[in-house]
Write a protein that binds this ligand. Structure first.
Ligand SMILES: *[C@@H]1O[C@H](CO)[C@@H](O)[C@H](O)[C@H]1NC(C)=O
Ligand SMILES: *[C@@H]1O[C@H](CO)[C@@H](O)[C@H](O)[C@H]1NC(C)=O
Length: 387
């Protein structure tokens, strides 16, 4: 007896539905969720030798392999990369590069770099960033592996990564850096970490040189909303039809990284950058973050009553005028400059500090920070050129 196409297709779809349901349930289990979010077990490049940064393309003894201890007794693997101008001023390859760190921290600004999920500080796209920052931007770079990543001890959690970030910051200060010489740069998941550190420092009245969010997200919950598995399957779409299950799943998120709600606590200059061809995290996340910085400067969005159909003609026009006023004011305080073949730079000019959003045409998710155009906006925004 032969089966027709439709009964088979029905079985296949039912099977996929069961798999999908099982995957969603598994994601609510903390252990699995932690591994899926951080992907810290994916230690690419595998079997790294962190004592030999040269193996990954950095110049001989330009990089020092370190351990940094956190307040809660974890030990973090880290690399300190000397800025090229400083490294070259040594005339010969330094025999004890660690001895030069305090002088390097005093003579050049430093990028404190927080990488994204998965892989380690030795991952090629990250190495390319240390190279570009230390050469094109003439800064030192401190790159850490969070707890549970690379050769660091422990298991990642949101609060744990915030401790790690603070430990790295404290290490720079203890070795002679001043706050205004430290630029915090986060990529992807690292933007959540950067936001936590920046908010904590602002609360304490400490002002870093600024913070850069490369390919950021507004919160993990909103990442779920926009995330497509294998770039084609929108993870949460099927659940949108059953809101109470969608809400249950979202309530089960343990590591929330709510950068959007941290925005009001972040006081210094901010640069947000995102590529239009980022298929992991769409640039709408960066638009949302930029808008969060902008919002307090604009009149509130007028809200419609639930029975909007019953609004009178006059009420409608009042509503439209409020919206138009908001739009005009926004246009006055945000300047947008299109850079030919590169992207658009939006700058918020009336906040008493710079808030910039660079929307680039290319760079994808992992290679945004290696775009020369992005580096140059960072350099100009934070006064790294012509020092
Ligand atoms: C800190 O960690 C070390 C080893 O990683 C351990 O021997 C020590 O007991 C820990 N100290 C505290 C206070 O937890
Ligand atoms: C690089 O530094 C190490 C110590 O950190 C030292 O043993 C080695 O000789 C240095 N290499 C050169 C070429 O000076």
């Amino acid at each position: 007896m032969s089966q027709g196409f439709f009964p088979i297709a029905r079985k296949v779809f039912a099977g996929l539905g069961v798999l999908y349901g099982a995957a969603i349930v598994l994601l609510t289990i903390p252990y699995i969720q932690t591994h899926v979010l951080f992907l810290h077990a994916v230690k690419i490049p595998w079997f790294s030798n962190y004592d030999m940064p040269e193996r990954y393309g950095l110049a001989p003894n330009k990089t020092v392999n370190l351990k940094i201890n956190t307040a809660d007794n974890e030990s973090l693997g880290a690399w300190f990369v000397l800025s090229d101008p400083f490294y070259h001023s040594l005339h010969a390859i330094p025999s004890q590069p660690a001895d030069h760190i305090p002088t390097a921290l005093k003579s050049h600004p430093t990028i404190l770099f927080f990488h994204g999920n998965a892989a380690t500080r030795a991952f090629s796209a990250r190495i390319q960033q240390y190279t570009a920052y230390s050469s094109r931007l003439s800064v030192n770079v401190l790159a850490i592996d969070y707890r549970g990543f690379g050769d660091s001890t422990g298991t990642p959690t949101e609060a744990g990564l915030a401790h790690d970030a603070r430990a790295a910051w404290n290490w720079l200060i203890a070795n002679g850096a001043t706050a205004d010489q430290i630029l915090i740069v986060g990529h992807s998941l690292g933007t959540g970490v950067s936001a936590l550190l920046s908010a904590e420092l602002s609360d304490e009245g400490i002002s870093p040189r600024g913070v850069v969010f490369l390919s950021p997200f507004s919160s993990i919950s909103k990442v779920l909303d926009t995330y497509s598995l294998l770039r084609v399957f929108p993870l949460m779409k099927p659940l949108a039809m059953i809101p109470w299950i969608a809400n249950l799943v979202k309530r089960a998120i343990i590591h929330r990284f709510e950068t959007d709600t941290l925005v009001p606590r972040i006081k210094g200059p901010v640069l947000i950058a995102h590529a239009e061809n980022d298929w992991e995290i769409p640039y709408s996340h960066s638009e949302a973050l930029f808008n969060a910085f902008l919002d307090p400067l604009l009149p509130a969005v007028p809200s419609l009553p639930p029975n909007a159909v019953s609004l009178t003609e006059d009420e409608w026009s009042a509503f439209r005028i409020q919206l138009a006023t908001r739009r005009e004011l926004r246009a006055e305080i945000v300047s947008s400059v299109e850079l030919c073949n590169f992207g658009t730079v939006h700058e918020l000019t009336e906040a008493g500090r710079k808030v910039i959003f660079v929307q680039t045409l290319v760079g994808g998710h992992d290679y945004l920070g290696v775009q020369e155009g992005v580096q140059d906006v960072i350099g100009r925004t934070f006064g790294l050129f012509g020092r």
